[in-house]
Design a binder for this molecule. Sequence first.
Ligand SMILES: [Zn+2]
Length: 379
Amino acid sequence: MSELTDRLTSLTRDLILIPSTDRNPDERARAFQFFLNHLQSIPGVAIHRYESGGYESLVTGPEGTRHPEVLLCGHLDVVEHPSQEHYTSTIRDGRIYGPGAGDMKGALAILLELFLKAHREQPGISLGLAITSDEEIGGMHGLRYLVEEEGLRCQLAIIPDGGSLTEITIAEKGILHRRVFCRGDAAHAARPWLVENALHRLIERLAKLTAHFEDLKSPTGPDGAHWYPTCAITQAHTPNTSINRIPGRVEASLDIRFPPPHSINSMEALIDDLLGRGEGLEIETLIGAEPTELDPDPAFIQITEAVTDREVVRVRASGGSDARFLCAHGTPVLLSRPLVGNLHSDNEWIDIASMETYFTICDRYLRQRFQRQSTAPSS
Ligand SMILES: [Zn+2]
């Protein structure tokens, strides 16, 4: 094992030990302290800490600028597992197994090493690092907050939270989360003719909606992308506690994903129309995010191919990432990562050799980019 691989492995395993989940603010604070312990060893680096809605974020970079040229971004929150004993790691078959190994504590260890190395070698380099703690629940108080409320900007972001080592994400679908309410009159289920059953009405409308989305399906692309709008009904509730009562109120939640040329507005209008909004039915939008183009730098793709000796596949992703908050301001984002698997489930893993490979790709890219700049004639 090289010294770098050794360091990346132990940083990752140290981070996995901290159950930095949504329900555990103290452990998230402990994970931030872990990063501070490392970052405070670098002179000439400013550390800014933020808080929004109970979620801490950290942004560090060269002193004197709030807008680094390149920003490395990661999240330290991981999904909840039933027991504390889950938060340990093992090494088998060249992989680190443990909760968050792949999403994204292994990647965070790499970002930290890249940041420390760059600032030690080139003090004052315009490279920043942003760490947030609510990505798994939407990133509203993390990267969205930093970009929208604190004005964080950069020329390019690197977010190793999607794609794969030689799969670089070029686009992500938009997201629409909506809640649908249907009201009727409650009644005894033995006399259903007395009222219109709100649950029946909602089921009927939802069936029409899902049938329409079936029609929107198009063939899966060569990159495996299901590049068409989808709609999943994810929650359904009535206030009923008894089986013999017709509910007076019903609600359901929809998770809709859509590629361009669809937009939040066009998808909202489509759903309003299909469900018959207003006709005893109300619809509320909880989250809306437009589809994003990530516009990866061709130089990064070239370096990835040179280092891995494999051809890069440009992929389109059905899921969204924090990249959308920066893409919304026209910032290109590099979204690839080491080899990972079983994300969010038992036996989540990251491949150790690919961590060093991904580190090498980023390190070479950053050196080239900053060298290119320092030798470019000033205008
Ligand atoms: Zn993630």
